[in-house]
Design a protein around this ligand. Structure first.
Ligand code: QAP
Ligand code: CO
Length: 172
């Protein structure tokens, strides 16, 4: 068995995080390889979700695993929200691209999503709770949106400054 290479995760406020992703044309060897590397990257970083945008690949692909045991990977290719509950809830979110920052975001409590799985087969996923929140968060990335954009400009600017400073201190 050979280890899969991990990918570099872009960090806010990297402007590439605001790129809008294009649809995946075909679930071929290149996409299968990307899925494996994205899963390895997410698990290594102890994340519950990762969008291709975050690894600077601007195609509509996300990986998610909200299981306690970290053994239930989900792959969503070309995901589309078919239905989102009008009922919303504010919950604490973080992001692998915004390390060390957590804040409340209002989201639909349940969603129904149409997507292709890692084999290219069409699937409909009904999600609620953490999975529903995670899918909405990751699908935002594919639209170039980072969760801090839901926060006030004041909070967002503080986060920007903090992360830029951390990056400078890490670089020198
Ligand atoms: C999105 O985020 C999410 O700051 C996925 O130091 C998060 O996996 C959806 C992480 C919460 C719903 C609720 C963040 C790991 C992971 C950090 C993540 C960190 C280490 C974030
Ligand atoms: Co994120």
């Amino acid at each position: 068995m050979t280890e899969t290479d991990t990918l570099t995760i872009l960090r806010y406020p990297d402007p590439r995080l605001h790129t809008v992703a294009r649809p995946v044309k075909a679930v071929d060897e290149r996409i299968r390889g990307l899925i494996q590397r994205m899963l390895a990257t997410m698990y290594e970083a102890n994340g519950i979700g990762l969008a291709a945008t975050q690894v600077d690949v601007h195609e509509r692909l996300i990986v998610v695993d909200v299981s306690e045991e970290r053994n239930q990977p989900m792959v969503l290719i070309n995901p589309e929200i078919e239905w989102a509950s009008p009922e919303t809830r504010k919950g604490e979110e973080g992001c692998l691209s915004v390390p060390g920052i957590y804040d409340g975001v209002e989201r639909s409590v349940a969603v129904r999503v149409r997507a292709q799985d890692g084999d290219g087969n069409a699937r409909t996923i009904e999600a609620e709770g953490l999975l529903a929140v995670c899918i909405q968060h990751e699908m935002d990335h594919l639209m170039g949106k980072v969760f801090v954009e839901y926060l006030s400009p004041l909070k967002r600017n503080r986060i920007k400054t903090k992360l830029l400073k951390a990056e400078r201190e890490h670089t020198r």
